[in-house]
Design a protein around this ligand. Structure first.
Ligand code: PGA
Length: 240
């Protein structure tokens, strides 16, 4: 059976103490799920050390939600890929549309990927078109523009690409299975000569629509936002 990766993006939904409490009160459930699938949790930065401590020896993986494009230096407020590696993260999300909205470019995202690979952290690179781009029928062109700078900087180290249509994030809207098939086939073709690439889908995944996505042969896992903050819903997603 296919071993999917379920990446729980906790965004900034909770402040630190509540986020750590959310983790500790559901640790047992996450641990059980991690015997059935690959589970990775993406809390906000300040919760990482405490959750990493709790996860020592666990098969649950930890990830950060972003990193700096610079190695180290005078970058007030930023967090280096090296720190993310040191705290025990296996993964780091980069290029999420909520960060692209703040001005992050494809070149900056490629630099972040380089920093993460230098520190043996697996990047999860988010790509996806906006509602307007989708309506204009330029989705594949946009995805190519987002992917090309990334493919130039990677080797054969593990990399995850998450297709997340911007209009599907937090909206309870998802692409049709025909569109998903066409888009993921395009991404799979573009990345075919790179080993070690896993494709995820993200955007309004829930317990009711997950089965349809699992019919897609290219999908290796899911990036899950709001539904991952409901442990029962998350469990149903993983177990469906
Ligand atoms: P969502 O978020 O599941 O709440 O749509 C997904 C994401 O932003 O990664």
């Amino acid at each position: 059976m296919k071993q999917y990766l379920y990446a729980a993006n906790w965004k900034m939904y909770l402040p630190m103490q509540e986020e750590i409490l959310f983790f500790t009160s559901h640790k047992q459930e996450f641990t059980e799920l991690s015997t059935q699938a690959s589970i990775a949790l993406f809390p906000s930065y300040l919760s990482l050390p405490a959750i990493a401590q709790e996860l020592q020896g666990s098969s649950i993986k930890l990830g950060a939600q972003d990193c700096s494009a610079a190695p180290l230096g005078a970058y007030t407020g930023q967090v280096s890929a090296r720190s993310i590696a040191q705290v025990g993260c296996t993964y780091c999300i980069v290029g999420h549309s909520e960060r692209r909205a703040l001005g992050e470019t494809n070149d900056i995202i490629a630099q972040k990927v380089t920093r993460l690979l230098e520190n043996s952290v697996t990047p999860i690179v988010c790509i996806g078109e906006t509602a307007q781009e989708n309506a204009q029928g330029v989705t594949l062109t946009i995805l190519e523009m987002q992917l090309e700078p990334i493919l130039k900087v990677i080797s054969d180290k593990p990399l995850v690409i998450a297709y997340e249509p911007v209009w599907a994030i937090g909206t309870n809207r998802t692409p049709t299975s025909t569109d998903i098939e066409k888009i993921l086939l395009h991404i799979a073709t573009m990345t075919a000569h790179h080993k070690n690439i896993t494709l995820l889908y993200g955007g309004s995944i829930d317990k009711d629509n997950i089965k349809e996505f699992k019919n897609n042969a290219h999908i290796g896992g899911f990036l899950i936002g709001h539904a991952s903050m409901d442990s029962q819903e998350f469990k149903k997603i993983v177990q469906s």
